[in-house]
Design a protein around this ligand. Structure first.
Ligand code: AMP
Ligand code: GLY
Length: 428
């Protein structure tokens, strides 16, 4: 049977998913709140709609006779789009609303880890009362991370001793208007991501990736959705051992065992600390940018994973090209504090050289493609080493120029990788 796949979402991550499906013999349709020219160019049809409206997505899926759906972002998962598609008889690769709480409710996530004895859970307390949370900040012996329990686009966490003082943390708790707060032990170390494809009780893991959340070079400035990321030609990253990677895999496997019939991507954000691997958070989807590192080196046909998941079969073993990748986002100048939109992009797929170009949030006008106030596009270099991959990404950014755009040139550079290695060596 030939497959008709509906891809939900219109960012860089979804452009990477579209590319992974474009080579298979599926018909591909996509829907998103914004028209992504990269996805639209690969798909047989593209509909602009509110992807957090389950009825709108299901109705489009019916219209195109979708046999499968892949949900990219967390918003539709949190809105129950996966449940609605499943109810309509269209298998959605993405968890249902209640299982997506592993991402969408950080209080649930920590309690779930604790009650199921999942390794790597930091000390934490959950609060529904602002003043009780502030008292805990005063009494706690050590630094805390303040986390609103709900979704914040990666921008809600404040870490005492890193971004804020205890007084500023209390002010944030009082003024940010979040009604449920998690306070947890500050984890110190190096962060990395491992994403797993999950269905039918099986967990197929992908190579580790390191994202860079801070807006400015040298890991300065506010948190963003992610400014860029790299992976190595091996499963682990240069600052980690294979054992560290396997510790993270054990956490993902224990989590899937404890969940009831989870399907989709389980994304683990880990901190490699002096005490081993700890969980910063889980996401219920591919990372953005991490999907742009992972999917281009996946040799296994992604469609085969999706159909096996739907049909209750064993998921295929994943095979990856032994290549390093470096992904760098270009964002509108001033992002994320005061981004200015409206810059016409000079880069396009034909002049990006050896790099892959993934569009994120752009305005596709008749006379060209323009920036909005969110991350605009990413370039990905793929090569034998991180250093070579970084150079390929930089060559593409040089084509894009820096008129109206910001980017972190330091991501993937040898000096930054060495800093990470030194940091972990100091911890151990
Ligand atoms: P999250 O929204 O949970 O992804 O958190 C955003 C970022 O905040 C993470 O990528 C970490 O850099 C930081 N963070 C979250 N929790 C902690 C923690 N317990 N200790 C230190 N940093 C944290
Ligand atoms: N790169 C972080 C995220 O996708 O949440």
């Amino acid at each position: 049977m030939s497959e008709t796949v509906l891809l939900v979402g219109g960012g860089g991550r979804e452009h990477a998913i579209a590319r992974a499906l474009a080579d298979s013999d599926a018909e591909l349709y996509a829907c998103a709140g914004n028209r992504n020219p990269g996805i639209a160019g690969l798909a047989d049809g593209f509909e602009t709609l509110d992807t957090s409206n389950p009825a709108a997505v299901t109705s489009y899926a019916d219209e195109i006779d979708a046999t499968l759906a892949v949900i990219g972002p967390e918003g539709p998962l949190a809105a129950g789009v996966g449940d609605a598609l499943d109810d309509a008889g269209i298998y959605a690769f993405g968890p249902n609303e209640s299982e997506a709480r592993i991402e969408t409710d950080k209080a649930f996530q920590r309690r779930f880890m604790q009650s199921n004895d999942i390794p790597g859970c930091p000390d934490f307390e959950t609060f529904e009362d602002v003043e009780a949370a502030c008292d805990y900040v005063d009494e706690y012996d050590g630094d805390l991370a303040v986390k609103p329990a709900g979704l914040t686009g990666g921008k809600g966490v404040r870490v005492i001793g890193d971004q804020v003082t205890p007084e500023e943390a209390k002010e944030y708790i009082r003024e940010s208007g979040h009604d449920r707060i998690v306070l947890e032990e500050r984890l110190v170390g190096e962060e990395f991501t491992v994403q797993a494809l999950v269905a039918n009780g099986q967990v197929r893991v992908t190579p580790a990736v390191q994202d860079h959340k801070r807006a400015y070079e040298g890991d300065e400035g506010p948190n963003t959705g992610g400014m860029g990321s790299y992976s190595d030609a091996t499963l682990e990253l240069p600052f980690m051992s294979r054992e560290d990677y396997m510790e993270a895999v054990d956490v993902l496997e224990a989590t899937v065992d404890a969940l009831d019939g989870y399907k989709g991507v389980l994304y683990g954000q880990f901190m490699l600390t002096a005490e081993g691997v700890k969980v910063v958070e889980f996401n219920a989807r591919f990372g953005d940018p991490e999907a742009m590192n992972t999917l281009p080196v996946l040799n296994t046909d992604f469609l085969d994973v999706l159909t096996a998941a739907r049909d209750g079969e064993d998921l295929p073993k994943l095979s990856f090209a032994p290549k390093a990748t470096v992904c760098k986002y270009a964002v509108p100048e001033g992002y994320p504090v005061d981004p200015s939109a409206g810059t016409k992009l000079a880069i396009n797929p034909d002049n990006a050289g050896d790099a892959l170009l993934f569009y994120a949030s752009v305005d596709d006008r008749e006379d060209g493609i323009y920036t909005t106030t969110s991350r605009a596009f990413a370039v990905v270099g793929i090569a034998d080493t991180i250093t070579e991959a970084e150079e390929i990404a930089e060559d593409a950014l040089a084509v894009a120029g820096d008129d109206g755009l910001d980017m972190r040139h330091d991501i993937g550079k040898p000096e930054l990788i060495q800093q990470r290695i030194d940091h972990v060596a100091e911890l151990r």
